[in-house]
Design a protein around this ligand. Structure first.
Ligand SMILES: [Zn+2]
Length: 414
């Protein structure tokens, strides 16, 4: 619970509503996803009270939707194929009845999602889509009523299987590689689609900043001719954490770099600068632990079923036994990044830290998470959105990757 509270403290509900607010001109580099035949969601609102809360979305035409509930935290998920969102700015942040907030976005290519946050145990009493009629647009209607925890859990049991199936994207089979193939690097821009990550007061979202950075870094790495590089996402699409890990494993990655931007309440500490994180069971410090909880919450934001506690325990034992060598390499790479950035870019005072990041848990792929800087800090925000900074920073990370692989090759037996 503490982790969830920490997240709420870091990312109040209005943050998610900022996801489609205007970013500085020319900064947005996200392709439009509107298919020619896509339905358009033009508006959405809440009605009713705590006894019965109604969610209504206006659509340009009738679409098929899947509506299901998730617990921990309480949420309603609405999935539909090809819905383009053209909602008014800032909606979804006003609580009403049982719903504390809602958000929307692309969940996977061609798949759109709306997530409602609910304040307590509930039942989906009704959900239907009405045809357009007379002067009324087509409408998605969902009615929620309160219930007790036991009844909620029983209803969840039914929804669970469907949700887990939806969460997994099919992954391509691992390619057979020639012996002298180039090292494979997987870059992982965090968040995306329905999960904007953190955001600045000006509405610059983490998901945009990290995607631009990853694309630029890919270009730089490709220009060396020494690597094969893949991005876990190429556009404004959400990807569950375990699929990011699986993507790196399937590609046979020699290195996995997850890219994020942080936010820290300036009232507590106007933190700034880049920080490099590796995986550890015991967090290096309290802030690192809270950050990992916040980043791990990505799946919950997007409405993905979270693994239960027993899965986590098993995962931790596996880390202990199988990951030691991978861990050592991760730390070597993390130090290499810090070494390159020192003197060239702003680094956080505690630049090398560790915690239980789910996205770093591939037992066979050295993995590092780079927080580029703080969107809560005005100077960092300026840099994170500047081309010059991106150019300098991606140069440094390329150098760090070069250094890491040069050392690896030098240590090989032949
Ligand atoms: Zn993040």
């Amino acid at each position: 619970m503490r982790a969830v509270r920490a997240l709420v403290a870091f990312a109040p509900p209005w943050v998610v509503a900022l996801m489609f607010l205007a970013a500085p001109a020319g900064f947005l580099d996200l392709p439009a996803h509107a298919e020619p035949n896509a339905a358009i969601a033009k508006d959405a609102r809440l009605a009713g009270d705590r006894e019965r809360t109604r969610f209504i979305a206006d659509l340009s035409k009738k679409v098929d939707v899947q509506v299901f509930a998730l617990g921990n935290p309480y949420r309603v998920i609405v999935d539909a194929a090809d819905v383009s969102f053209q909602m008014p700015q800032g909606i979804g942040k006003e609580p009403r009845g049982l719903v504390t907030a809602f958000r929307y976005g692309l969940f996977a290519p061609g798949k759109s999602r709306i997530v409602l946050d609910v304040s307590g145990p509930f039942l989906i009493d009704k959900s239907f889509v009405l045809e357009a009629r007379d002067d009324q647009p087509a409408r998605l209607v969902i009615d929620l009523v309160p219930t007790d925890e036991k009844t909620f859990q029983a209803s969840l049991q039914k929804a669970r299987q469907a949700a887990v199936e939806k969460a997994s994207l099919p992954l391509p089979a691992a390619p057979v590689r020639p012996a002298a193939a180039k090292p494979i690097i997987v870059l992982d821009p965090g968040h995306g689609g329905v999960d904007p990550g953190t955001s600045s007061t000006n509405g610059v979202t983490e998901k945009e900043v990290v995607l631009q950075f990853a694309k630029e870094l890919k270009k730089k790495l490709a220009a060396t001719g020494r690597y094969e590089i893949y991005l876990t996402r190429e556009d404004d699409t959400f990807l569950p954490l375990k699929d990011r890990v699986a993507f790196a494993q399937k590609k046979g990655a020699g290195l996995f770099l997850s890219i994020h931007a942080d936010y820290f309440p300036t009232k507590i500490d106007d933190a700034r600068g880049a920080t490099v994180y590796t995986l550890s069971e015991q967090a290096s410090d309290e802030e690192a632990r809270e950050l990992a909880a916040k980043e791990n919450f990505s799946d919950a934001i997007a409405g993905v079923e979270l693994p239960d506690d027993s899965d986590e325990v098993v995962a931790n034992i596996l880390i202990d036994l199988a990951q030691r060598e991978t861990q050592n390499r991760s730390v070597v790479f993390a130090r290499s990044i810090v070494g390159e950035l020192a003197g060239k870019a702003a680094l956080h005072t505690r630049r090398l830290r560790s915690a239980g990041f789910r996205v770093l848990k591939a037992p066979d792929v050295p993995s590092v998470l780079l927080e580029l800087g703080f969107l809560s800090n005005a100077e960092d925000e300026k840099e994170l959105t500047s081309e010059r900074w991106r150019d300098r920073m991606t140069d440094s990370v390329t150098e760090a990757i070069d250094g890491y692989f040069a050392e690896r090759i030098a240590r090989m037996p032949f």
